[in-house]
Design a protein around this ligand. Sequence first.
Ligand SMILES: Cc1ncc(COP(=O)(O)O)c(C=O)c1O
Length: 361
Amino acid sequence: MSEQRVYNFSAGPSMLPLSALERAGSEITNYRGSGMSVMEMSHRSKVFMQIFEETQDKLRKMMNIPEGYKILFLQTGASGQFSMVPLNLMGRTGEADYAVTGNFASLAAKEAKKYGTVHLAADTSDRDHSYIPSQEQLKLSGQASYFYYCANNTIYGTEWQYVPDTGSVPLVCDMSSNILSRSVDVSKYGIIFAGAQKNMAPAGLTVVIMREDLAGHELPYTPLMMNYHTMIEKDSMYNTPPCWCIYMLGLNLDWVAEQGGIAGMEKLRDLRSAMLYDTLDASRLFQCHAEKGSRSGMNVTFRTGNEEMDAKFVKEATEAGFVNLKGHRKVGGMRASIYNAMPVEGVEKLCDFIKQFDKAN
Ligand SMILES: Cc1ncc(COP(=O)(O)O)c(C=O)c1O
């Protein structure tokens, strides 16, 4: 790792692979002989269109995205999808099922209520969102236009370890904080979306992977910019797309491919998260927020149970070069976000630091 860089455990925007940053740096004023930066190019130029198409192709290959599915490169963040999903999908029956397992699924359900009837298929707030419901616990309404869930709850540190079975009801999934970290059978989903700023690219890009036949059923007042059909028809270029982020996604995907693709990412993710959970479980001082069986491989939430001690941990960790470990205010304590670009070495060193802190306190 480059000397001045810290181990950044931020929940997002978060670490990007050093090689992707260095490549972007080397091309920043003159992209491959074009005489200009990617930031300065017309999105319709031949040189940018090549970046755009290659990035789509790389993502399609890496995630095994089948025919009949479109990849969209949009803006307005993952939060924009909280509106776009119901605006485009709610119309079929006027109802939808939402599994509320954390903050972002809760926000999505609240937004969807503006456009139709929302059934709570699950609500894990009874145990402070520390667990994921089992398939048997899901209450399916039977007439939903779609079933919505958030695969990884960034704030609470829980993650679905199975794909819900909803029969013929299309699955809509927010994968903002675990996309590209484990293999996903895309064909099981109607829509997968992700804000890019954790495992994909800088903030500003939202990736949507959707079954094409789900588009074209939008509510009549759907804004053009929020209409999947418009964006599919114009191949994400109804307006100016987030060009720089798309380029960075391409560089990140090259790095993922060099590490063995998604299978390689999954191995590393299992290694990192097992090390960290084992260290926390073996400590006297720390407890994890998420229940076993529901723990996230990306966001590890933990605490001492004493706010002053938590603050001491965060302060001393920061001084030792482990930054952004303070937990979200809704959960308190600490959160170590260990996305794809976090080197295993960073987690090893954090584990050593945790052990020392546990001994000393
Ligand atoms: C799982 C999840 N969904 C949605 C969001 C909101 O993303 P954005 O800020 O891109 O709207 C976040 C942000 O951290 C998130 O973690």
